[in-house]
Design a protein around this ligand. Structure first.
Ligand code: DHB
Ligand code: FE
Length: 280
């Protein structure tokens, strides 16, 4: 049986990666944001995971609006970081936990999910940035990845309840896997932001701060909310937060909130993270 050693939630704003590329980490705009992640990076160094399950959405880089899967799972041996238009990024490719991915896909289908299964695909900032935030800029990533894509781009997006159900299957897959790998689960996206329409620039700091505590202590509240509630409280793109529910549902009912960080604005978003461990 593999072991869940932690559940992390984090923003995946693309300008975070760009700030690192441009050497802006310690500028007045960015330093408070990055400093707040140091505790999470330290936690990750000590936790020594073997596999990172990363739940994120593609942003028109690997899937365009002509074909949008509601859920997709990577089963590749390697994932290249996609070039989002600013040229190739100087980060290593991501090694896939391919055998474990196939096992997860099998468990999903057994539980009546119908994911798109991806043997060859690139990963965008939704996966790149969380990896950089928690693992820094190593010459080689210290974990294998299992990427899970959730459509949060084109309506209808899946319900929070459905994301929760996927998290339950993820846990079952981890616990039924014969290996002894140490697994971290990264739910990504958010926090509040809206990049389009009449409310472009919308940030809801109060809702974001409540989320960071509530996702640990009272996830039922967020599971029960409608998709429209998410858009109203967090903005049309802030609805990415439904992806944290996959992570949270895979954890125990009771968790300990080990680290928490919030910063606003980062780019045009509320941004932050949590580190959760299962309570005994
Ligand atoms: C932006 C893009 C994202 O995917 C996100 O989650 C937050 C912000 C942006 O372009 O600013
Ligand atoms: Fe995003």
């Amino acid at each position: 049986m593999a072991k869940i050693i932690g559940g992390l939630g984090t923003s995946h704003v693309p300008s975070i990666g760009a700030a690192l590329d441009k050497g802006l980490r310690d500028t007045p705009d960015w330093k408070p944001f990055f400093d707040g992640y140091e505790a999470g990076k330290q936690w990750m160094r000590e936790a020594k995971p073997d596999i990172a399950v990363v739940i994120f959405n593609d942003h028109g880089n690997s899937f365009f609006l002509d074909r949008v899967p509601t859920f997709a799972v990577g089963v590749a041996e390697t994932y290249q970081p996609v070039d989002e238009g600013w040229g190739p990024r100087s980060i290593p490719a991501f090694e896939g936990a391919a055998d474990f991915s196939w096992h997860f896909v099998d468990r999903l289908v057994e539980r009546h999910f119908d994911p798109l299964v991806c043997r060859e695909i690139e990963v965008d900032h939704g996966l790149q940035v969380p990896m950089e935030l928690f693992f820094g800029r190593p010459a080689r990533w210290p974990v294998k990845v299992l990427p899970i894509w959730v459509n949060t781009i084109q309506y209808p997006i899946p319900t929070p309840q459905r994301c929760w159900e996927m998290g339950k299957v993820l846990r079952e897959a981890i616990e039924s896997w014969p290996g002894d790998e140490r697994v971290v689960i990264l739910g990504t996206g958010g926090l509040s932001h809206q990049l389009q329409g009449a409310r472009a620039g919308f940030i809801n700091q109060a809702a974001d701060r409540a989320w960071l505590d509530g996702i640990a202590a009272n996830p039922e509240h967020y599971r029960a909310m409608s998709r429209e509630d998410y858009v109203e409280q967090f903005g049309s793109e802030g609805a990415e937060l439904i992806m944290w529910l996959v992570m949270r549902a895979a954890m125990n009912e009771q968790v300990n909130l080990i680290h928490k960080h919030y910063h606003a604005p980062a780019s045009m978003t509320g941004a932050g993270m949590v580190v959760l461990e299962n309570a005994a």
